[in-house]
Design a protein around this ligand. Structure first.
Ligand SMILES: *Cc1c(COP(=O)(O)O)cnc(C)c1O
Length: 402
């Protein structure tokens, strides 16, 4: 590794694809005594909070909050619209689509998974074939992961809606934008998404622990026809609360709400379009550096076509198998923590050590990206990974051009 002195003192940098870096303002907003949950500021802030959440997701429809992580939000959404025995179609471009399918299976759904592997986007023709074959309309929903955080593939949600519409298939379009919200462009209403699932700890810049489900009238109609929905996951009282506790079916996630209030203020002060544009430039800087490193023949970007790459996370591998070593080196020596490879190879399989990911979601600016890339460059050199020269210059040029 290195015989040199550790340079890890100073502020650590967690560059993993969630939880993301939290703004100091969010942390400060959470650092307070327990608030009154019956009346006053917290109760009064809710209508504005829900409206500002809808603005991030770009929907005029219903918004709900759950005290849970992303897995909980997956289950919450499914519980409202998928009854045991119903069929869901799951196009998969990575581990997270399979995870959502497993959640549906656990609720008694029959899952039809179309696996596009670990580095390819959806093939719309194959999705169309599966929908066309379903002449009885047994498929009640398509579970669409927008950005699969394991592979860093971004899929075309609007294109999937176009396929459903062209075939006149009535299945609900359910989108997981947990990784992409507040990073990649996402338009719930504009793209015809019926149910959107997301969570607090990625582009929303708040600690893990709060999940969100948004739904439109088509989804509300399916909910109304369900034989039963478990009381806790039921979105009806949460979306139409007459009492404050109904937003959460119990005690509010008090401090998360203060953090979220501040995070939404930051997002809307910047402007969501600007947030998307910032992530786009920062992602291009990261890819520019990665492309130069790749000239050495060892580092490989998992997603070949930039058009299918997420602006929130970049999945990489080192064919020499030094991915794990790189993560350990940057963390130990520089205080820079990179993401593990997820779903690419099983832990214990020697191939597992090839994979790693860079998280670049949320509270992130140009100097942080240059720090991240500089840290990776140092690690690659320390580990004698053959790399092209000029990666940081290439990234700097992207930032200079804006
Ligand atoms: C992070 C993530 C999840 C899971 O969220 P948890 O909070 O870890 O349960 C699901 N889907 C996507 C796309 C994610 O990025």
């Amino acid at each position: 590794m290195t015989g040199n002195i550790s340079l890890a003192q100073g502020r650590g940098y967690l560059a993993i694809p969630g939880p993301s870096v939290m703004p100091d303002a969010v942390l400060r907003a959470m650092h307070r005594a327990a608030p009154n949950i019956y009346a006053g500021e917290l109760v009064d802030m809710m209508p504005g909070l829900m409206a500002d959440l809808r603005r991030v997701v770009r929907t005029a429809h219903h918004a709900t909050i759950y005290i849970c992580n992303g897995h909980g939000a997956w289950e919450a959404a499914l519980s409202n619209v998928i009854a045991p025995g119903e069929v869901v179609l799951v196009p998969a471009s990575g581990r997270f689509a399979h995870g959502w399918a497993e959640m549906a299976e656990g609720l008694g759904a029959e899952c039809q998974v179309i696996d596009f592997g670990k580095s390819a986007p959806w093939d719309m023709d194959r999705i169309a074939e599966a929908l066309k074959a379903d002449t009885a309309h047994r498929i009640k929903a398509v579970l669409a992961v927008h950005v699969d955080t394991s592979s860093s593939i971004r899929n075309d949600i609007a294109g999937l809606r176009a396929v459903l519409d062209a075939l006149g298939h009535p299945a609900l379009l359910m989108a997981d934008c947990i990784a992409s919200l507040g990073c990649d462009v996402f338009e719930m209403d504009g793209w015809g998404v019926d149910v959107t699932v997301t969570a607090s700890q990625k582009g929303l810049m708040v600690p893990p622990g709060v999940g969100f489900v948004f739904f439109n009238e088509r989804a509300a109609a399916k909910r109304a026809s369900m034989p039963r929905v478990s009381r806790y996951w039921d979105w009806v009282p949460r979306a139409n609360p007459t009492d404050f506790y109904q937003y959460f079916d119990g005690t509010a996630p008090t401090h998360h709400l203060y953090g979220l209030r501040t995070a939404l203020d930051m997002i809307h002060a910047e402007g969501i379009e600007h947030v998307w544009a910032r992530h786009a430039v920062l992602a291009r800087a990261i890819w520019a550096a990665c492309s130069v490193w790749a000239e050495g023949g060892d580092l490989v970007l998992n997603v070949a076509d930039p058009a299918h790459r997420s602006h929130a996370v970049t999945a990489l591998r080192l064919d020499s198998g030094k991915g794990t070593a790189l993560r350990q080196w940057t963390e130990t020596n520089l205080g820079l923590t990179l993401g593990i490879g997820l779903g690419m190879a099983a832990p214990g399989d020697p191939a597992y050590d090839k994979f790693f990911r860079l998280g670049h979601m949320g509270h992130l600016n140009g100097q942080m990206v240059m720090g991240l890339l500089g840290g990776v460059e140092a690690g690659l050199r320390a580990l004698d990974v053959p790399c092209g020269k000029g990666a940081l210059e290439a990234a700097a040029e992207v930032l200079a051009a804006g």
